[in-house]
Design a protein around this ligand. Structure first.
Ligand code: UD1
Ligand code: UDP
Length: 387
């Protein structure tokens, strides 16, 4: 255990490697950089390259160390090995007081694991999400369970997420319900200024994203066919920003490129994506973050997955978990397009993921615990530790 003088800024290492981590840690980075209490620096792992790069301007932190671990189609085991080794090297060199990780990516798991090896306490942003199915989503469900074994601070977006941690025996004094920082960032970006929506016509506008590993291959091809059938209505414009993953592109490009009513476009930067989401009528997605953003902007979301770790939106009525069967996708999308009452019910369900103050709560808690007289250890003491 160590103590930390409140006169000295807390050196916080923010580890991020993929698009959603940059988006969800951006408000934390900005807020830390804006005040005297924290001295943040960002380590980008390069798990994503182009898609991370286009998010970096959101961070507003100059201090940055860039690793370069991305290899096309590398195995998870190679990525993990490289990340733990390289993040461990950075931690040994920099000796931060705190490592902050977000969510459930391989970058987040390796950031937490490397910090544990270096005996640096870990704050986990977006803690406690669970589907209860260890390999769905794969490998994220396992990643987040493992991070919860390591973290010292668990910032849960909702009471249900905090409940999962309690059920797993995480001490209650280490768990804080904060809301999700994705809402903070979305509100900040929309207030920041204008951006261009990707929709080009005034047909009914459907925004689609697909990328999950468990959906790749035949399932994704079926989803593509469902989109073709929807486009054949003739009164919709489907915009699909294509994930950079080759496993996604090799399925969706041959299936959908050049189809009338469907625009396959490159990933949008966040300002443009937020503008596009704000203009759409309906969202079809297997993304985690978009399930949180859509209800923030009153957009009904059909979740094209068999499980979700974000049941709050489904329970609130803002999203529907419809699975991956093409027939179900067409049926549900048609229903929302053609039944105004059903549409209104979903659009008005509200946002269960927070009110835009998650970052403030996170920083306040960390600042309090790093105050001079509070010991900051790797974990709280357990039931069998000596007094
Ligand atoms: C990763 C996360 C997933 C998250 C998603 C967000 C893991 C295991 N998965 O999935 O939780 O939802 O990011 O998008 O951490 N690629 C590029 N350029 C890029 C990004 C990716 O070329 O900018 C290619 C690379 O070949 C890479 C592949 O896409 O190997 C897949 O990327 P990877 O990070 O392994 O997994 P994702 O499916 O993106
Ligand atoms: N997003 C973006 N541009 C795009 C597609 C998505 O900025 O073209 C943002 C979106 O707003 C959300 C995040 O990327 O915040 C979601 O990322 P992704 O779906 O890749 O990952 P997940 O959230 O499923 O982990």
């Amino acid at each position: 255990m160590s103590t930390h003088s409140s006169a000295v800024p807390v050196r916080a290492m923010l580890v991020l490697g993929t698009r959603p981590e940059a988006i969800k840690l951006a408000p934390v980075a900005r807020a830390m950089a804006a005040g005297p209490r924290f001295e943040p620096f960002v380590v980008t792992t390069g798990q994503h390259r182009e898609m991370l790069h286009q998010m970096l301007s959101l961070l507003r932190v100059d201090a940055r160390i860039a690793l370069d671990v991305m290899r096309t189609r590398q195995q998870l085991s190679d990525l993990t090995a490289r990340l733990v080794r390289e993040l461990g090297d950075v931690m040994r060199e920099q000796r931060p007081d705190l490592v902050v990780v977000q969510g459930d990516t391989t970058t987040a798991l390796c950031g937490a694991l490397a910090a544990f090896y270096e005996k640096i306490p870990v704050a986990h942003v977006e803690a406690g999400l669970r589907t209860g199915v260890l390999d769905n989503p794969f490998p994220e469900e396992l990643n987040r369970c493992l991070i919860s074994r390591i973290a010292r601070w668990h910032f849960a977006p909702t009471p249900a997420a905090a409940g999962h941690l309690a059920a797993e025996g995480v001490p209650g004094e280490q768990v804080f319900v904060t809301g999700n920082t994705v809402v903070d960032n979305l509100l900040w970006v929309l207030a920041e200024g204008t951006a261009a929506s990707a929709f080009r016509t005034d047909a009914r506008r459907i925004l689609v994203t697909l990328h999950r590993r468990e959906n790749q291959g035949e399932r994704m091809r079926g989803m593509g066919r469902a989109l073709t059938r929807l486009a054949a209505r003739g009164d919709v414009e489907i915009v699909l920003p294509l994930h950079k993953s080759p496993a996604v592109r090799e399925v969706l490009l041959p299936e959908l490129d050049g189809r009338p009513g469907i625009s396959l476009i490159e990933p949008l930067d966040y300002l443009d994506f937020a503008a596009t989401l704000a203009e759409c009528d309906l969202v079809l997605t297997d993304s985690g973050g978009i399930q949180e953003e859509a209800p923030s902007l009153s957009k009904p979301a059909l979740v094209l997955r068999t499980t979700t770790e974000r049941p709050e939106a489904v329970e609130a009525g803002a999203a529907r978990l419809i699975g991956t069967d093409p027939e179900a996708i067409v049926t549900w999308a048609q229903r929302l397009l053609d039944d105004p009452a059903e549409y209104r019910r979903m659009a008005r369900a509200g946002n269960p993921f927070g009110d835009g103050t998650a970052t403030t709560r996170i920083l306040a808690q960390l600042a309090e615990d790093f105050a001079a007289d509070v010991p900051v250890g790797l974990t709280a003491s357990g039931p069998y530790s000596a007094a």
